[in-house]
Design a protein around this ligand. Sequence first.
Ligand code: RP5
Length: 167
Amino acid sequence: MQKDSNPVVGILMGSASDIDVMKISKETLAEFGVNSEIRVLSAHRTPDEAIAWAKSAEDRGFKVVIAAAGMAAHLAGVVAANTNLPVLGVPLDGGMLSGLDSLLSTVQMPKGTPVGTVAVGKSGAINAGLLAVRILAVSDSELRAKLVEYKNNKRDESLAADSKLNQ
Ligand code: RP5
């Protein structure tokens, strides 16, 4: 996996088994030229390291954190409790409950410690990347222009699919 210099988005995942989905967040950010760091840090298996990463993230130049986990998905919540950066939670489909377990354990944060939770799995990984870009674009007009172009391209793709179907 490519290591970016000066990453501004941290992508954390609970297990190396999450990489196939979470590399899509990294790819989405890369489409916009946003540098990221991707790490395996677990709320359950490596809690000290996960908390240390979260506590030092702001000082190290990170602006947004994406935290993904499956099953009893506590990673996003633990990270949010240990930083003031915006945290986007991606629930992953990793067990017999097909992601409902991780969705509920990521989204149901008690008041005071927010996690912005996106959809389960691949759609969520893409949207977490896009949401991180939108957060960064608030103070970056170049990124905002790229978001407008992205949206226009998606619109054109959808219209082209419709025309093809109706030829
Ligand atoms: C979670 O448990 C991970 O995020 C992963 O989605 C799930 C299963 O992990 P492994 O047993 O595959 O390492 O902590």
